[in-house]
Design a protein around this ligand. Structure first.
Ligand SMILES: *[C@@H]1O[C@H](CO)[C@@H](O)[C@H](O)[C@H]1NC(C)=O
Ligand SMILES: *[C@@H]1O[C@H](CO)[C@@H](O)[C@H](O)[C@H]1NC(C)=O
Ligand SMILES: *[C@@H]1O[C@H](CO)[C@@H](O)[C@H](O)[C@H]1NC(C)=O
Length: 421
């Protein structure tokens, strides 16, 4: 499968609608001044406790106990709520860490707030073409926390360069000074480096060198790879994480073992494939060939999992492109959770993949579990997701950085049929 970008570009929608063709958005942001996602109008939380709630510990739920939040952090877990403080009654409810979408393309406050309205408290933004626009979404309160790539490494005349309309001087030329390139990405405040492996993409040698330079700075490189050849490059480069899985073939057991032994992880993004395969009109525009099948996607996820390759939960959601495609933020992360369970992950396993494992893989040490000192990113469910994974949709309340989210959009029984998006 070619990137979703292919389709969007063919539809002529990049500048208006999609993520990092965000030049228009960037201009709008420049004329509006600094972005304010509105979370600052919510009163900052004081100290409160969720009492009598079953707390997810990565494997199961505890006996009913209290979780104390002080400001932006979790202050205590266990026992009864201290006397005299504001409490939320968690009786009969289930508390999870806020969810992490490990591959998503939010480009506005509305996108971040839709994520939060579904209990997604961290968004790992996988491409950025406009540093001012991306910077403006970082550190916003009351909405999903935004962790971002920089300008991705795309080769001149590659699909991504064409479709994202990357100015030639910002593509990776054959003689590019890779050290300078890496300096720019991190000098501009990016959290990690993103490579796009594809036809006319960065050469194997360039990918290898970037991975080593970035690692030398204590940072990580994640590589987009959605077909067999690109995957082989991502494996050979020893990048930290691979985004997507191949759709036009199945990885060999030696490839899977290598991914595991090199300590790489994978964010499969089954959801973007599912959306594409469910909509026949998208096929030609997405560059789907008869060799691309959802069965390959599932088989690859299953074999990566069997080999013990760490997996993260990501969607590739881009939001709404009116009249063309709706690939909504937030809702689709719950669907990706269900996709991964259908591919063989256990319920507790997938919940870890969407919380503590993702936090570890993306080096977000301040979040991902309900323990003392972590960010108070919390998701309170009315029903137990270990008995039915679709219960992650049954949201009672969400807190992000200790602030309670208003306008929850999620509800029990929400459909994951892409034709209902
Ligand atoms: C947020 O969700 C609302 C309601 O589903 C939708 O109308 C809107 O387009 C979404 N915003 C973004 C930026 O995706
Ligand atoms: C940010 O990136 C641009 C190129 O995209 C570069 O010209 C500029 O020097 C970078 N800024 C820093 C502080 O590295
Ligand atoms: C997968 O797709 C790539 C690029 O379109 C192609 O070169 C390769 O031959 C395909 N592999 C299979 C197994 O179909």
């Amino acid at each position: 499968m070619k990137a979703l970008a292919t389709f969007l570009a063919a539809a002529g929608l990049f500048n208006a609608a999609y993520s990092c063709g965000a030049h228009l958005l960037a201009r709008a942001l420049q004329t509006r001044g600094p972005t304010d996602c509105g979370g600052g109008t919510t009163p900052p939380s004081t100290t409160f406790a969720i009492k009598n709630v079953r707390v997810f510990d990565g494997n199961g739920f505890s006996i009913p106990q209290a979780v104390l939040v002080s400001g932006t952090k979790i202050a205590l877990v266990g026992g009864a709520a201290p006397p005299g403080i504001v409490t939320v009654d968690g009786t009969g409810k289930y508390l999870l860490p806020g969810l992490i979408d490990s591959h998503v393309h939010p480009q506005s406050c509305g996108a971040l707030s839709n994520l939060t309205a579904y209990g997604v408290t961290t968004a790992v933004n996988m491409a950025c073409l406009d540093y001012d626009a991306c910077r403006s979404l970082k550190g916003q309160v009351g909405v999903a926390d935004y962790i971002t790539a920089g300008l991705f490494a795309v080769g001149p005349n590659s699909l991504h360069a064409q479709f994202f309309q990357v100015p030639p001087e910002l593509t990776l030329q054959p003689n590019a000074d890779l050290g300078l390139n890496v300096d720019y990405v991190f000098g501009n405040g990016s959290d990690f480096y993103k490579i796009v492996a594809e036809g006319n993409g960065p050469t194997q040698q360039q990918q290898n060198t970037i991975v080593q330079l970035v690692r030398g700075r204590g940072k990580a490189t994640y590589t987009h790879a959605s077909y067999m050849g690109a995957y082989a490059q991502a494996i050979a480069s020893k990048c930290d994480g691979i985004q997507h899985v191949p759709a036009n073939g199945t990885l060999s057991s030696s490839q899977v073992s290598l991914i595991r032994s090199q300590g790489q992880f994978v964010t499969p993004t089954m959801e973007v494939f599912r959306v594409a395969f469910a909509n026949p009109a998208l096929g030609p525009l997405l560059g789907l060939t008869p060799a691309d099948t959802y069965e390959n996607v599932v088989a690859n996820v299953a074999s990566l999992r069997r080999a013990g390759v760490p997996l993260a939960v990501g969607t590739d959601a881009v939001g709404s492109l009116p009249g063309i495609l709706n690939f909504p933020f937030g809702r689709t992360l719950h669907c990706e959770i269900q996709n991964l369970v259908a591919a063989g992950l256990g319920n507790a396993e997938v919940l870890r993949a969407a919380t503590s494992d993702a936090a570890k893989l993306y080096k977000l040490s301040d979040r991902g579990s309900i323990s003392i000192g972590k960010r108070a990113d919390l998701l309170l469910l009315n029903s137990n997701p270990l008995t039915n994974i679709a219960n992650t949709f049954d949201i009672n309340s969400v807190w992000v950085g200790g602030r309670q989210v208003t306008g929850i959009l999620s509800s029990k029984g929400t459909s994951c049929d892409p034709t209902t998006y």
